[in-house]
Design a protein around this ligand. Structure first.
Ligand SMILES: [Zn+2]
Length: 124
């Protein structure tokens, strides 16, 4: 290979849109565009550095260091436990480990974590 994909810039934009926004497969895109093949569409997307790998079953990665939930900031992902856990810091300065999804529960959920253990004790 080494030859260009043959898609015009506007076609590449359309391919990107179909792929990312509509979630079309390579073969579907080739059919919609009316040109190219599954392979050439794939190559065009690779060349445009487009990938959809962040979607579909990788929801675990929705938590990132620096992310803030109320007064809790995630600092570092912990790998020692089987569950996804983060080392986190409260606005009060106290640091503790937490399962980040507990921070995302609805406010009336009994397991919802909104503060660090220290603040929780203080507010009783
Ligand atoms: Zn606190």
């Amino acid at each position: 290979m080494g030859s260009k994909s043959g898609f015009k810039e506007t076609e590449v934009q359309e391919i990107k849109r179909l792929y990312l926004e509509e979630g079309r497969s390579y073969a579907q895109i080739a059919r919609i565009i009316g040109r190219g093949s599954e392979t050439s569409v794939k190559n065009a997307l690779t060349k445009a550095k487009v990938n959809r790998s962040s979607e579909g079953g990788k929801s675990l990665e929705k938590f990132k260091p620096g992310q803030k939930f109320g007064q809790i900031t995630l600092i570092k992902k912990l790998v020692k436990s089987k569950k996804l856990k983060y080392h986190a810091a409260c606005d009060c300065g106290y640091e503790f480990d937490v399962e980040p999804y507990l921070l995302t529960l609805s406010n009336d959920h009994k397991n919802k974590v909104t503060t660090c253990p220290r603040c929780k004790a203080r507010h009783k």
